[in-house]
Design a protein around this ligand. Structure first.
Ligand code: DLL
Length: 429
């Protein structure tokens, strides 16, 4: 697949590491000298930026958490005078103040470059018509893709979120060839497309780029089949830039993480390096908001093998969920993505689901509410009961905990225009 910046994307490992070390040292110096929060953290640990002599020395540095961003709201972690800030994005939590992300002109430039690198890599060119189906208020999703696609020279349609029928008629009328949205919304669009009597062949789509929430291989298959496209996973978070941290190449087995701009680690809950665990990222070029060892809360693993595409930027595996997504049901750890892996591959099961956790008489109860296909819904009672029993058995085996399956009518679970809400936890905390 094509390279946007071949030299950087295939930089020899040693050179890439040397570049990372140089940039890490610079970032640590800037944090220490310009951000009082980091100076205090360094002083408490008795370290100085000059103690970073190798990439391994990163383990000496303090972690940064989501709470640190909230505690320093709005600009406490900014490392430049506010007049250097040219853009703000923000991410709202469920309660209280949002996290604020300030960008300098260089930050925006680097971000656009990374997004162009990603889109070009999955096959987007100047000839493409790129429809962006994201909320354009505060959220980084749409802006990142817009900047990258414009840098390539594609025709960009900043369609915004929602209004599914209009999205589809826009695709039809403007001959959209590439689109990007959350994977759950893409599935919803595929359903509405069917209702409108449209088929994948009626549209000109060829590529889809999806992210911002966890999704599975079975969802990928449904989206690819529904639209007749090649679908790619991409991951990012506003703390780093937004989308643009990593993306799959044509191999579709893990996402190349751009190590000239980010330094990844995978750690356990205590912060020790492990094979599979929480992704921790340090920014290497960020000016507005340099972050050291940011605990993303996202669960992944490094993919060790070299990739046949020739890129030297090592991959991470599909994000399995978040540390704070983990449900503990009667003492067993369960992730929402496990339900999806088991259920969405099942014949007769539809596209949307919800996991409902409650506690009755101090016992946790787990209900898996999932839509079935029209065919099953209109079929016999016996077939429905049989499907329920089989799914309950598979879930019990796969999760090591029993769940009550509730099969519901197609399209009865509320759709989201952005990130889907899969878990409803009714237990008192
Ligand atoms: O969701 C940035 C983004 C936009 C990425 C569009 C890709 C496409 P935030 O709103 O800050 O930024 O949310 C970041 O979303 O920590 C993950 O938990 C989750 N996430 C993002 N991409 C993926 C993915 C954007 N591909 C949070 N798979 C992250 C699983 C993802 N989870």
């Amino acid at each position: 697949m094509p390279f946007w910046d071949k030299k950087t994307e295939t930089l020899h490992h040693e050179k890439l590491e040397a570049l990372q070390l140089k940039r890490l040292r610079k970032t640590a110096k800037i944090c220490y000298s310009r951000v009082p929060f980091y100076r205090r953290r360094f002083d408490d640990l008795g370290i100085k930026p000059d103690d970073i002599k190798s990439l391994e020395d990163i383990s000496k540095l303090p972690f940064t958490t989501r709470q640190d961003l909230l505690d320093n709201y709005p600009f406490g972690l900014a490392a430049v005078p506010l007049e250097e800030i040219v853009r703000i994005h923000a991410s709202s939590g469920t309660t209280g103040k949002p996290k604020i992300f300030p960008y300098t002109r260089n930050d925006l430039d680097n971000w656009s470059e990374l997004m162009a690198r990603e889109l070009y890599m999955v096959g987007v060119t100047k000839q493409d018509v790129v429809q962006l189906i994201y909320n354009f208020a505060f959220f980084t999703g749409g802006f990142g893709f817009q900047q990258g696609a414009e840098r390539i020279g594609s025709m960009v349609i900043p369609a915004g979120a929602g209004n599914t029928k209009r999205q589809l008629t826009t695709m039809l009328d403007l001959k959209t060839t590439v689109f990007s949205s959350t994977p759950s919304y893409a599935l919803h669009m595929a359903e509405v497309m069917e209702e409108m009597g449209l088929r994948g062949d009626d549209l000109s789509l060829r590529i889809g780029v999806f992210g911002a929430e966890p999704w599975s291989e079975s969802m990928r298959k449904k989206i690819e089949f529904g639209f007749g496209i090649d679908a790619f996973d991409n991951y990012g978070l506003s703390e780093m830039c937004g989308p643009g941290v990593c993306i799959e190449c044509e191999e579709k087995s893990g996402m190349h993480l751009w190590r000239d701009h980010f330094l990844p680690e995978v750690v356990d809950s205590e912060g020790n390096a492990v094979e599979k665990g929480e992704l921790v990222l340090s920014t290497l070029t960020r000016e507005g908001l340099p972050l050291l060892r940011y605990r993303t809360g996202d669960l992944t693993a490094f993919v060790d093998e070299e990739c046949s595409c020739g890129r030297t930027h090592g991959r991470i595996s599909r994000i399995r969920g978040r540390t704070d997504d983990m449900l503990i049901i009667r003492g067993v750890n369960v992730f929402p993505s496990q339900f999806e892996d088991i259920a969405l591959g099942f014949p007769g099961i539809g596209d949307s689901y919800q996991i409902i956790v409650d506690r009755k008489a101090s016992m946790d109860s787990l209900n898996f509410r999932v839509e079935v296909t029209e065919e099953i819904f209109r079929g016999s009672e016996v077939a429905l009961r049989d499907l329920k029993n089989r799914l309950e058995r598979e879930l019990r085996e796969g999760l090591c905990v029993s769940a009550v399956v509730e099969l519901v009518e197609p399209k009865s679970i509320q759709r989201s225009e952005g990130k889907a809400k899969r878990v409803v936890d009714l237990r008192e905390v």
